[in-house]
Design a protein around this ligand. Structure first.
Ligand SMILES: *Cc1c(COP(=O)(O)O)cnc(C)c1O
Length: 414
């Protein structure tokens, strides 16, 4: 463990900056509310009774620890580095998101809040929030763009089944950005009673530090599991990056181990031209979005750019501030993978191992598949399989039927 790496990657908890990035760029009325949350988090995170409760729900509700699985078939097929998957897809609700919603709902409980609000794009975070609110007997309101509600009808139905009220955001493009704006406005109105449950390692301080903390269980388990399986640390850890929560959760425990390459994979979508991707760290520049300073993709007016990815969980024009810092420090590398490459990985893992990955996670896997053949056979790659792909099967089936994607040769003929 090198002193520089540990001191540099820790957020300055008083101001919430990771190097130059992060902070609180919010209206004055939100500052005391965020400070209150930061104080609660500081008091809870090392409190044994809080840790015990968090661990209880991770274990008994979500089924942790998730396994670290060696993909023998895929490894043999690629003929290089051994590929391990951290199976976050085996969590309750099928992704890593529940690690964070359990942690934050327990903070809400400690703060005596009775209501939670959240915003959601594709609906995955809304579903995870609705589930944990039901679990804790709290009232739950989810803001979702009216357009997204139409596209993600089943997730809206899931949220409602679990007792959440789903409020359509009707302004602007009626997607995630408007849902964030309307959820924040509702929070400001009722902040004493209401807890804002944020879904990724983004937003104003203390959210990036909170989400990192709750998701770091991924890296803690993976580190112990690879040491047990291989007797040494991996050569690289790879994760997809939307807002950056599953990636920072895996990376957090490995940052001080400078022999381990940390690689974040962003969506290159249809290609790296404006509006066709969401490769924020690869192509963006620093700016303020949604209350924090970090890399972002801008349009020609300096506002948040239009973004696109085949996977709804990755199309965000910003990124968590700690990733911006890790990039500038050269501690982590950020690359991009196209829709076509991600879909190829989606099919390949399904066929090779009988595991259908989320399209988001398929981006990380696709990059591992590019790297592995050029690496020696005793090299080790850990890929964070952030979620399962059941939610994406209908979308892919339709694209195959319409001739928009072609399964790789190993899958054809089915
Ligand atoms: C939401 C989601 C992501 C993207 O979010 P991060 O905060 O970048 O982790 C990735 N994978 C899955 C399966 C998701 O549901």
């Amino acid at each position: 463990m090198t002193a520089t790496a540990t001191t540099l990657h820790r957020p300055d908890t008083s101001t919430g900056f990771f190097g130059a990035y992060g902070g609180q760029f919010v209206p004055d009325q939100l500052k005391p509310i965020l400070d209150d949350l930061a104080a609660t988090f500081d008091a809870c995170k090392d409190d044994p009774s809080f840790i015990e409760e968090f661990t209880y729900y991770l274990t008994r509700y979500s089924g942790r620890a998730t396994p670290l699985f060696l993909c023998s078939n895929l490894t043999a097929r690629l003929g290089g580095a051994r590929i391990y998957l951290k199976r976050e897809d085996l969590n309750h609700l099928g992704a890593h998101k529940v690690n964070n919603t359990i942690g934050q709902i327990l903070l809400a409980k400690r703060m005596g809040k009775k209501k939670v609000i959240a915003e959601t794009g594709a609906g995955q975070h809304g579903v995870a929030t609705a589930a944990t609110a039901a679990l804790m007997g709290m009232q739950c309101t989810i803001y979702m763009g009216a357009e997204d509600m139409e596209r993600q009808k089943l997730n809206v139905f899931r949220m409602r089944m679990m007792g959440a009220e789903v409020v359509p955001a009707m302004s602007g493009q009626r997607t995630l950005k408007e849902a964030v704006d309307e959820a924040l406005a509702a929070w400001v109105q009722d902040a004493n009673e209401t807890f804002y449950l944020l879904g990724s390692a983004v937003g104003p301080h203390p959210y990036p530090a909170i989400v990192r903390h709750f998701q770091s269980v991924i890296g803690r388990e993976a580190r112990a599991q690879i040491l047990e399986a291989e007797g040494r640390l991996p050569d690289c850890c790879i994760a997809c990056v939307g807002g950056g929560s599953n990636a920072i959760g895996l990376f957090a425990e490995f940052v001080p181990d400078t022999s381990v390459r940390l690689i974040g994979v962003e969506p290159a979508g249809r290609g790296l031209t404006y509006g066709d991707h969401a490769a924020t760290l690869c192509l963006g520049e620093p700016g303020v979005l949604h209350g924090f300073y970090s890399y972002m993709l801008k349009d020609d007016k300096g506002e948040a750019a239009a973004v696109y990815s085949i996977s709804a969980g990755l199309d965000y024009p910003g990124v968590g501030p700690e990733h911006s810092h890790l990039k500038d420090m050269n501690r982590a590398e950020y690359v991009s993978v196209t829709d076509v490459e991600a879909v190829d990985a989606f099919f390949t893992l399904s066929r090779a191992e009988g595991i259908i990955p989320a399209l988001e996670s398929s981006h990380a896997l696709a990059h591992a598949m590019k790297m592995a053949p050029a690496m020696p056979k005793d090299a080790i790659i850990v890929v964070n399989l952030s979620g399962r792909g059941d939610k994406d099967v209908a979308q892919i089936e339709e694209m195959v039927s319409n001739g928009l994607v072609t399964p790789p040769a190993m899958v054809r003929g089915l």
